[in-house]
Design a protein around this ligand. Structure first.
Ligand code: AMP
Ligand code: MG
Length: 422
């Protein structure tokens, strides 16, 4: 049994990220949310595009106002009104000012903005009572970004702030990594689809749906291949089909030591290299991680890219916990994110209930992570923490970690919590 950290670093070392030359597609800006940039973006525009005012007030020459004060205001003639979106026409000469509004272009001749609050308007004149700093409230052209410099780097994930930047820079078409294709297979003679009537001894294949949702939320394209019985030949055919169309395969069930657990045996027959058989984690001990060599690597039956195979435990809780802990980093890396952004996020929280573990394996207990008055609180899900109980997994937003060797974290103590967010 491998320690969790070791398993994580082996998994990350096995991922061959999507290629920025071939594994890309062009998307419209409006469809780019959640995608990862494959090509850096630069702009030919300066930000701001021109000198502009940060305040409602008066554009003046600093020399005209530098000595004014309450008892001896500067009196300037107003020559023009400059609202946002208007191109000023008149140059401000000594003794003059232009009325200017926030965001509007600075007129020629002016170098400083006096905020409206420090002035008094009298017809076409303005009285200024307080000397501003030189260049006050002027946002200078290119102060935020200079045309031609890198704007957004390759490998960044596009969210609302990046969309704002790209829209402002008029980048309407973007080259992003394609979404990784993740095939999902459920193994087990006991499984039926949610639509089929349940016979005694049968259960619904919830993993197929849960994993498809997980893959979708993690930015991949789920390809559900359905249920395969615990029969070596059927399993072999399904896995062969899977590797031809996937970047990654997630199968559940059949990786334990039971009489019907054939996955590892089939993987070996198909020429994969198995890197991990089990991890010292609870839930999720039986975890098979294997790679199918690619065509390039001289495997005549291989896919174009090496395919990473996760044989996950069948228990619905174990399967999802393994996804959150081990598949997420691999999927992020595969998607084109830099290594440093791939690890799950752990936060330090206070547990509201005591947390118990057997101490032999790193134990993940599911519940809700809340930010209350600036500190994280972890609320353990009520009910059984058996890995067979999927019912109280609903609304999980955090997994509290009880390290190996520890059997109790009392209520009110600090605990590391893996944050589940997308
Ligand atoms: P296994 O890992 O195949 O031994 O399965 C462990 C447990 O998980 C068994 O109780 C299975 O019935 C259950 N299980 C396996 N596959 C699924 C699935 N696709 N959906 C829901 N439960 C499953
Ligand atoms: Mg099974």
């Amino acid at each position: 049994m491998l320690p969790v950290k070791e398993a994580e670093s082996i998994i990350l070392s096995l991922v061959k990220p999507l290629d920025e030359q071939v594994d890309t597609e062009v998307v419209r800006l409006s469809a780019a949310t959640g995608r990862i940039l494959a090509v850096p973006v630069t702009s030919q525009l300066d930000f701001p595009h021109w000198d502009n005012s940060a305040m409602d007030g008066y554009a003046v020459r600093y020399a005209d106002v530098q000595c004014c004060h309450t008892s001896e205001p500067a009196v300037l003639e107003i020559i023009e009104e400059i609202p946002a979106g208007y191109q000023p026409e008149s140059e401000v000469q000594p003794g003059q000012a232009s009325r200017i509004l926030t965001g509007a272009c600075m007129p020629k001749g002016a170098d400083t903005v006096v905020m409206q609050e420090n002035t008094q308007r009298e017809d076409n004149r303005v009285l200024i009572f307080e000397a501003p700093e030189p260049q006050a409230f002027v946002r200078h052209r290119a102060a935020f970004y200079q045309a031609g410099m890198p704007l957004l780097e390759e490998g960044i994930s596009i969210g609302a702030p990046e969309i704002a930047v790209l829209a402002a820079a008029q980048c309407t078409q973007l080259t992003v990594y394609r979404r990784p294709k993740v095939v999902i297979i459920s193994t087990g003679n006991e499984l039926v689809t949610p639509e089929q009537p349940l016979q005694p001894g049968q259960i619904v294949d919830s993993n197929q749906y849960a994993l498809a949702a997980f893959v979708f939320q993690a930015g991949g394209v789920p390809i559900p291949l359905g249920i395969v019985p615990d029969e070596p030949e059927a399993l072999k055919a399904k896995i062969t089909q899977a590797i031809s169309s996937a970047d990654m395969v997630l199968s559940t069930g059949g990786v334990s030591v039971g009489d019907y657990d054939y996955v590892d045996q089939i993987l070996t027959q198909l020429g994969t290299q198995i890197h991990i058989h089990s991890v010292a984690v609870k839930p999720g001990k039986p975890l098979t991680v294997a790679t199918f060599p690619s065509l390039e690597e001289g495997n005549p039956k291989g896919a174009k890219r090496p395919v990473l195979y996760f044989g996950l435990p069948g228990n619905p809780v174990s399967a999802l916990v393994s996804c959150w802990r081990f598949v997420t980093p691999a999927l992020r890396r595969l998607s084109g994110l830099p290594q440093a952004s791939c690890q799950p996020t752990f936060v330090q929280a206070y547990t509201c209930q005591e947390l118990r573990a057997a101490g032999k394996r790193e134990t993940y207990l599911w519940g809700q992570l809340d930010l209350v008055d600036g500190r994280y609180e972890f609320h353990l899900a009520g009910g059984s923490h058996s890995s067979g109980n999927l019912i109280n997994l609903a609304q999980t937003t955090g997994l509290a970690v009880v390290p190996v060797g520890q059997t109790l974290i009392p209520a009110g103590e600090s605990v590391q919590v893996l944050q589940i967010s997308y």
